[in-house]
Design a protein around this ligand. Structure first.
Ligand code: MRU
Length: 354
């Protein structure tokens, strides 16, 4: 299954589709050093939990590949600075930290291998970033297959934000589920809330689904209650940025209110996410750091002021309690309540690819 590719490793550097300019312009930028990759993550050139994990891994690889270090010792000293710069970009999505940890392990293994040299470490770390990227596609496709079975044969489904190819570098998590379901012949129309303030639904999900010819209806965020009350909606499927051990799931702001409304209207609410989005080190969603973004995203629309200069809140994510989640769809299978047991079992399970 083909889907748009938001990030790639090239000989010139890390090439990323500039998501800030969608849907109006499809522009790819090349980032030639790790600090520029870090800035691109922070500035939302690339966004979405798994995709920023891929970007961070490639950023680490770029930092090592292009380091001016003349000795192994110098590279060992520089490596934590590279990782630290990438880790400071965005706080909520755990995939970012998971990817950096994986690159740290790869570095440690390469640096302690017999006969390790600067060249061998560089080659190993670039190969690891490319492998991590490659794995995303297979992971999303497995999530898609497990999730598609939970979708209705026909009718409306709803999502939130953008959990598509743009957000994962595969076929998407929530949108991967929808893509596979549609490919299987299910006749679905996707309800896409615009996802204020950053408009990932309107700008990105609407564009991505349109590219694939998947029918959609764009709605504003404040229409969700009315639509769930007055129209038949078969399922809601969203992505996640971090899932705690008890199944509480952080995702884009507005997800929690959709889950509450889904419960009121008896619509199953699913979370689709890779195992790398699980953070079993925290018992519940209360421990998930929520990114607070610039007030300008609320007071301005594409540079035009739409509100007076007043106090503004702009939490970028919220946490949906596990009790509102009908199932969590991963590449290793579908977890259901009690999530403390089912998520741990999936996290410890080995897949044929492991
Ligand atoms: O602020 P963003 O655009 O990075 O937020 C993205 C989301 O909240 C996605 O739903 C989440 O990362 C899952 S992406 C598969």
């Amino acid at each position: 299954m083909r889907a748009i590719q938001p990030i790639d490793w090239t000989p010139q550097g890390v090439r990323m589709l500039d998501q800030r300019r969608l849907p109006g312009e499809v522009v790819y930028n090349v980032y030639a050093d790790y600090a520029a990759v870090a800035a691109a993550i922070r500035d939302m050139v690339i966004r979405g939990a798994p995709a920023i994990g891929v970007a961070a891994a490639m950023g680490v690889a770029l930092g090592v590949e292009r380091s001016a270090a003349k000795s192994l010792d110098d590279l060992r000293k520089e490596f934590p600075i590279i990782c630290g710069t990438l880790a400071k970009t965005r706080p909520t999505a755990v995939d970012l930290f998971w990817a950096i940890e994986r690159m740290k392990k790869s570095f440690a293994a390469a640096a302690s291998a017999p006969g390790a040299s600067l060249d061998s470490i560089r080659a190993a770390i670039v190969a690891e970033a490319k492998l991590l990227h490659l794995e995303k596609r297979a992971i999303d496709e497995a999530i898609g297959r497990f999730g598609a079975a939970l979708m209705p044969q026909e009718g409306r489904v709803m999502t939130q934000c953008n959990a598509g190819a743009l957000a994962t570098a595969g076929i998407g998590t929530a949108l991967g589920v929808i893509r596979v379901a549609v490919e299987q012949g299910r006749k679905l129309t996707v309800l896409v809330p615009e996802t204020r303030p950053y408009l990932q639904g309107a700008r990105l999900t609407a564009w991505e689904l349109q590219q694939d010819g998947i029918p959609l209806t764009l709605i504003t965020d404040n229409m969700v209650g009315h639509i769930l009350k007055t129209q038949q909606v078969g399922a809601i499927v969203v992505g996640a940025d971090r899932i705690a051990a008890n199944g509480d799931a952080a995702n884009k702001i507005g997800t929690y209110q959709i889950a509450v409304l889904a419960r009121e209207h008896n619509v199953p609410f699913y979370v689709a996410a890779p195992i790398s989005t699980l953070d079993l080190s925290i018992p519940s969603g209360e421990h998930i750091p929520i990114e607070e973004r610039s007030p300008d995203e609320v007071t301005h629309l594409r540079g035009v002021r739409i509100a007076p200069d007043v106090a503004v809140a702009n939490p970028a994510f919220d946490v949906t309690p596990a009790r509102l989640i009908a199932a969590i769809i991963t590449e290793r299978g579908v977890a259901r309540a009690p999530y403390t047991d089912s998520l741990r079992a999936l996290a410890n399970a080995k897949t044929p690819a492991d």
